[in-house]
Design a protein around this ligand. Structure first.
Ligand SMILES: [Zn+2]
Ligand SMILES: [Zn+2]
Length: 279
């Protein structure tokens, strides 16, 4: 099957390569459709997010790419942070073909600095101590609560890297992902997603970055997703054109083995289900 990927970061945020570089790579790889999903501007500075003043140029440049490259389906999205009461997908939705909603921040340090949960492990341990007094269960529970709040109050089209917080748990040092409380948090979040109709991305970035032995979400969560009939899409969270389809073939095989037979893609501007076939 031809690949599609709607989670890509170019040089408008923290990715390498221009929109053109990504299109060239996509054309060479006979990609069906590509979506650009730079990190949306934040109301406070972060080196990895798009600057607010660049947003209209980004949207315009993707629109120009669609016209100049009709043989490739191109879509304009953003990966939007959800921070309760501060920002979320609905701030940007009307200007875009789709949104990916992600939780990269969980509450804030006592000085008000939002706590970035997928930064360095040292930063993670700092926030865990200062905000949650080293109660890992409280911190992880809060992460999933915020994800559920996004799904219920500010739902994107695609839920970004659902369980990425596990990146901090290598090798199972902070909590046991088989523990009942952890699994209940994942299940409650998936139940909310199932009610919302949102799509869950199966994100391969942890695999090729060697930061996770599984996709986000991992195999156990994927089994629940299948049971709950939640639609999925395959993405690589590419930060370089070379990462456009990294680990797609093996992940498709894995999804097929788990029992998935359908995948969501955007076709002629609308999300639709296509048969999942191994490459
Ligand atoms: Zn992300
Ligand atoms: Zn991303």
């Amino acid at each position: 099957m031809k690949f599609s990927n709607y989670h890509t970061h170019c040089d408008y945020c923290d990715g390498k390569g221009t929109l053109r570089d990504y299109q060239d790579k996509a054309s060479r790889q006979q990609i069906q459709s590509i979506g650009f999903s730079s990190h949306a501007p934040l109301p406070f500075p972060r080196p990895w997010s798009m600057k607010a003043e660049d947003l209209s140029r980004y949207i315009g440049e993707v629109a120009d790419a669609k016209k100049s490259n009709p043989e490739l389906e191109i879509y304009c999205g953003l990966e939007v942070d959800y921070i309760p009461g501060i920002t979320g997908p609905s701030r940007f939705q009307s200007q875009l073909d789709y949104t990916i909603g992600s939780v990269h921040f969980v509450d804030a340090f006592p000085d008000g600095t939002p706590w970035e949960i997928d930064g360095t492990h040292t930063l993670f341990l700092d926030g865990l101590q200062q905000i949650f007094h080293n109660d890992i269960q409280a911190a992880i529970t809060r992460y999933f609560e915020i994800t559920r709040s996004m799904v219920e109050h500010d739902c994107p089209d695609v839920i970004g890297h659902l369980d990425k917080i596990k990146i901090q748990n290598r090798p199972g040092s902070l909590w046991d992902e088989n523990d009942n409380w952890y699994r209940q948090e994942v299940i409650a979040t998936l139940d909310a997603i199932a009610r919302s109709g949102a799509i869950v991305e199966v994100n391969t970035r942890g695999l090729y970055q060697k930061k996770s032995s599984e996709t986000y979400p991992g195999n156990w969560a994927l089994q629940q997703i299948l049971q709950k009939k939640i639609p999925i899409t395959l993405s690589s969270d590419a930060h370089h054109p070379e990462q456009l389809t990294k680990n797609f073939s093996d992940t498709l095989s894995n999804l097929y083995t788990i029992g998935f037979r359908e995948l969501m893609v955007i076709s002629e501007g609308r999300w639709k289900s296509i048969p999942l076939a191994t490459a």
